[in-house]
Ligand binder design. Structure first.
Ligand code: NAP
Length: 252
């Protein structure tokens, strides 16, 4: 028996690098997967086709998650399609860079609305469905930058610290309904063109990381599968750091 047999899961931002891997790992473990996207419709449809060709079930749902009503709609559509909802992975997010002195309130809110407020709205909507069926799991994709801020990422780091605390608070309030809420905090994850776009960052990472490599999107997918599975049935309010050990290194 696979780890997620019988589950229906919604993965937000499933057309992106990490979301795609999370969705594939969920499908490999037997979950029917609702794949949310905003703009990456073609890529997300290809992913759905790949899952179905492998004998799985997938549907593509579109929404801009900065719109609270759209968050509620997409969760409702996923639950209707799947006959319920067992797992939600709040993965969609943006990571622009901007220095604090010149940052406008509009730029600040764009990050907070996408990375944090959507997590609040999707989780609340999912919990309403999950509690009717006796429970479920919610996993937010945070970041090690929620613990150690990076330059030009004040809005991003603050939003990720906040989703970690949202998960802990939600774990308290939803625990009695059988709903577990956790975060996964990835370190630097490899994507096409990263070495070219940010050679200095990749070099510094390689020098610092105890396990000697960049992360793979699959590393994040594996952590999400664990947290949604029965193996984590007594794990809630936890932040699972997936960073090759980089945050274990002394910084002074
Ligand atoms: N990459 C890393 O090294 C790293 C490290 C730590 C944490 N993370 C976190 O991991 C998550 C995924 O990152 P990634 O690297 O895979 O990024 P990515 O490839 O850029 O994917 C981001 C996803 O978020 C979706 N999205 C963005 N704004 C949205 C909005 N307003 N409404 C709905 N969806 C929206 C995008 O959807 P569309 O493309 O369909 O528009 C896309 O699928 C993010 O939360 C990120 O902060 C990444």
């Amino acid at each position: 028996m696979s780890l997620l047999d019988g589950q229906t899961a919604l993965v937000t931002g499933a057309g992106g690098g990490i979301g795609r891997s999370i969705a594939l790992r969920f499908a490999q473990e037997g979950a029917a997967v609702a794949l949310h996207c905003r703009t990456a419709l073609a890529r997300t449809r290809e992913l759905a086709a790949r899952i179905e060709e492998s004998g799985g079930r997938a549907v593509v749902l579109r929404a801009d998650l900065t719109d609270e009503d759209a968050c509620r709609r997409v969760v409702g559509e996923a639950a209707e399609w799947g006959g319920g909802l067992h797992a939600l992975v709040n993965n969609a997010g943006v990571q622009p860079t901007r220095e604090l002195p010149g940052m406008t309130a509009v730029e600040w809110r764009a990050v907070v609305d996408t990375n944090l407020s959507s997590v609040f709205a999707c989780t609340q909507a999912a919990a309403e469905v999950m509690r009717e069926r006796g429970g479920g799991s919610v996993t937010h994709i945070a970041s090690i930058e929620g613990r150690q801020p990076a330059a030009l990422h004040a809005h991003y780091s603050a939003s990720k610290a906040a989703v970690v605390m949202h998960a802990r608070a939600a774990a308290l309030e939803y625990g009695a309904c059988g709903i577990r809420v956790n975060t996964v905090s990835p370190g630097l994850i490899r994507r096409d063109g990263l070495e070219r776009a940010w050679p200095e960052g990749v070099r510094r990472w390689q020098e610092a990381v105890p396990l000697g490599r960049l992360g793979r999107a699959e590393d994040v997918g594996d952590a999400c599968v664990f947290l949604a599975s029965r193996l984590a049935s007594w794990v809630t309010g936890h932040d699972l750091v997936v960073d090759g050990g980089v945050t274990a290194r002394p910084t002074w």
